[in-house]
Design a protein around this ligand. Structure first.
Ligand SMILES: Cc1cc2nc3c(=O)[nH]c(=O)nc-3n(C[C@H](O)[C@H](O)[C@H](O)COP(=O)(O)OP(=O)(O)OC[C@H]3O[C@@H](n4cnc5c(N)ncnc54)[C@H](O)[C@@H]3O)c2cc1C
Length: 484
């Protein structure tokens, strides 16, 4: 294989392919090195729903890059930049880096068109981001567009596009270190086995440390070593470790991560067939209880897109890191079949609340009291899943702020869940061009980064669909800078 590379990209997920494409389009000879074997191509990006948050002007605007929808009974409000920025600031408690946030939001829409031109296919996500109300499909939660075929489709499209554009992809290539000159310039990488590969620039896109239990417990805290991993087992923080060793500046919320309610029977790391189907995102329509039979979160605090990424951590903190989502018969139709009726779903059903508690092995008396108190506290008018309907509870703690309905229609159905970690928030600091900065704030020559391993954007929580967009926007920037 030629040693004559201009740019090496480390990690073949969405951010890596975007960086590689961008470097290529700016004239570079690009080698993408991926640690996993080909059967595990695509990193965490493969496991996604392919949901991508972008600014847009409504249906006519997204029609420029999505496949034509099967119906015109669609209500899709524009999602302007101020709203995306506002959502990002709100859920990150005002901590998201302002400059990176502006770039992410400001370039989101143009990046969707760029990806489409590269060959990625998009569609409106009727099945996960819209509800049919009064005969019309109403999109909610600032998120409407996803890749055709979810993460699996996205990675198939990226691989095909990489081949079309002459990007060399090498699987089973485990990068273990950076090659640095005496002057501190990064000029290539070292692979497991000792091989050196040189290039003018290296773009790190090798993900976070979510699949590394030692780093999880060191940075996220006790108990996080026991979380189940939703995605690839190969994201073990290698890129962050080697960048820090080269003098990169740590950045962002190192003790924070994205984590969700996840099927309690799932395997320790991601399932290539079921991917994100092991997520349990229907909790806004029921209640969530711990092993003591007590509620512990506001299930209806906001649209799922704005709460799901922080509720995994709440589950981790409960006794045994376990909980159960409880629904009655009248809301079962609102639970996404892809998640709640997938093969192997962990599920319990009973005609009585006592029976349900017994099946779940939780405190029966307390659970029945929790439901009775909850039912008595429900007030408000019409239930509407497509808007924040304000149908709330009065007098129970925690409150349920929206979509509160009595649990009174048997059979009662419960889904045992645990904490599934998605990705970690801490990483390296980049400048707006994608260059990695050192601890004195200077760009490290030849070193660039994008994707999950960049810190500074997400804190505490995350607006659903932002990870892939961030990887694409900053991958595109980093690739362009590396090629230059
Ligand atoms: C189940 C699930 C569902 C999700 N759904 C969505 C969604 O719908 N929308 C959204 O925006 N985000 C979603 N996310 C988050 C999303 O996956 C990430 O934000 C995004 O994929 C990160 O892309 P990336 O390219 O940075 O990392 P990845 O896609 O994880 O790619 C990193 C790659 O680097 C490789 N690598 C690691 N170490 C090395 C090394 N030493 N040498 C070489 N290669 C290495 C890994 O094998 C991997 O292939 C989801 C995540 C999961 C797990």
């Amino acid at each position: 294989m030629s040693d004559n590379w201009d740019v090496i990209v480390v990690g073949g997920g969405n951010a890596g392919f975007c960086a590689a494409q961008s470097a290529r389009e700016h004239g570079a000879r690009v080698l993408l090195l991926e640690k996993a074997p080909r059967e595990w191509a695509g990193g965490n990006s493969y496991f996604t729903a392919g949901a991508m948050r972008t600014v847009h002007d409504g249906l006519d605007d997204v029609a420029a890059f999505v496949e034509p929808p099967a119906t015109d009974r669609v209500d899709l409000d524009p999602y302007p930049a101020e709203e995306f920025l506002g959502d990002l600031r709100r859920v990150t408690d005002g901590r998201a880096d302002p400059e990176l946030s502006e770039i992410l939001v400001g370039e989101s829409r143009a990046t969707m068109s760029w990806l489409h031109e590269l060959g990625l296919r998009f569609e409106l996500m009727f099945h996960r981001q819209a509800y049919e109300v009064d005969g019309r499909f109403r999109f909610w939660g600032g998120l409407a567009v996803g890749t055709v075929g979810g993460g699996k489709g996205m990675i198939a499209d990226h691989l095909a596009a990489a081949e079309r554009h002459g990007i060399t992809v090498r699987f089973g290539a485990h990068v273990t270190g950076l090659l640095t000159t005496a002057g501190g310039e990064v000029r290539g990488v070292r692979l497991a086995g000792g091989e050196h590969v040189e290039a003018r620039g290296v773009v790190l896109t090798s993900g976070g440390f979510e699949a590394n239990p030692a780093m999880r417990s060191a940075y996220l805290g006790p108990g996080w070593d026991l979380a189940l991993v939703r995605g690839t087992p190969y994201n073990t923080g290698d890129g962050i470790t080697m960048a820090l060793a080269a003098g990169a500046q740590p950045c962002g919320h190192f003790s924070g991560c994205h984590s969700v309610a996840w099927d309690s029977g799932a395997r320790p790391t991601g399932d290539r067939d079921l991917t994100n189907q092991l997520t349990r995102g229907g909790y806004p329509f029921g209640i969530v209880v711990n092993a003591n039979g007590e509620r512990f979160v506001d299930e209806g605090a906001d649209f799922r897109n704005y709460t799901y990424a922080k509720y995994g951590a709440e589950i981790l903190r409960q006794p045994g890191s376990r909980a159960a989502q409880v629904f009655d018969a009248k809301v079962l139709d609102l639970l996404r079949p892809e998640e709640y009726q997938a093969p192997g779903v962990t599920r319990v059903e009973s005609d009585t609340l006592e029976g349900l508690a017994k099946e779940l092995g939780i405190d029966e008396t307390r659970f029945v009291r929790t439901v009775e108190e909850f039912n008595r506290s429900v007030s408000g008018e019409r239930f509407n899943p497509a808007v924040k309907d304000g149908k709330h509870t009065d007098g129970v703690r925690p409150v349920k702020s929206n979509w509160a309905q009595r649990l009174d229609s048997p059979p009662y159905v419960a889904f045992p869940v645990t904490c599934g970690i998605t990705f970690t928030f801490g990483g390296v600091r980049i400048d707006p061009t994608g260059a990695v900065l050192d601890t004195a704030g200077r760009a490290i020559p030849g070193l660039f980064a994008a994707g999950e391993l960049v810190g500074g954007l997400f804190f505490f929580n995350y607006p659903g669909g932002s990870g892939l967009t961030a990887g694409a926007v900053f991958g595109r920037r980093a690739g362009r800078t590396a090629a230059a």
